[in-house]
Design a protein around this ligand. Sequence first.
Ligand code: SF4
Length: 327
Amino acid sequence: MKKRILTGDRPTGHLHLGHYVGSLKSRVELQNDYDEFIIVADVQALTTHFNNPELINDSIYQVTMDNLAVGLDPEKVVIFQQSMVPSIHVLTMYYSMLVTVNQLQHNPTIKTEAKNYGYTEMTYGFLGYPVSQAADITFCNADLVPVGEDQIPHIEFARKIVRKFNDHYGTSIKEPEYKLSQVSRLCGLDGNAKMGKSMGNAIYLSDGPDVLWEKVRNAVTDTNRIKVAIPGNPDVCTVYQYHKAFNPEGVPEICAGCTGATMGCVACKKKLAEKMNAILEPIREKRHYYEEHKNVVRDILMAGTEKANKIGNENLREIEEKMHLHV
Ligand code: SF4
């Protein structure tokens, strides 16, 4: 039996290269060895974007297309839409009985995110999203969740809920483990540690070569290097970080050219754009196919949702039996 992985995306826009490097690439590598479930977490997106349902609707397609375009095979992985899997929402409600408001209010991730979104008050849905996330992971009894270091507390929280729930009701829901990503996070083109749509510092999988070049051309470099003759410091340069991610074999040459003042920043950026385009071209081609065949994307999503529902409903039935809810 293959171990089951639960991973996914919030549909609040197109996926960018930070998603590709940090998550999508490894999803593709893992699809042969694991039973992979990819959640398009539209309910979670509503916790922060409840007033923009049109964006979420479009992004459900965009995110699904991005996943398919990078090489995820719908015959191997289950891509599904969160809102259409009722067992997740029922389980969220059951779990919520065992979580106190105080626990959620003191959750460090909730506090940080509320601050980032500028919330002075939190909605019930936003405050409770770690509970819903525990249900996302466990409705299908996932063994593993791939995470970055900053997301470990979410998994610990989910484990705590599951443990308490199993103790209370004698259920045998799996306590999920995390699978720590070994890849370092890709910074924004402006040098900001975080890449995001609202920050305008990201390259999207859907960006064409011209848009990509415009963005790379404007990327922040070593600001002291105002002319080629001045040796640069690659360690403070955003472009160099991108070379590490997309042109690893060329890194020694870039480093030598920069520190030895033999290569200018424009030439360095051109090399990077070339390497990135070579990686992105097959992705763009696939994505273009899906953009032209939205019905295929929908069918894939609905087939995955049906599979998720089958598994979720079976698990929920067992859980409810243990909870003595069936009369
Ligand atoms: S040559 Fe390349 S690595 Fe060096 S500062 Fe310019 S863009 Fe950055």
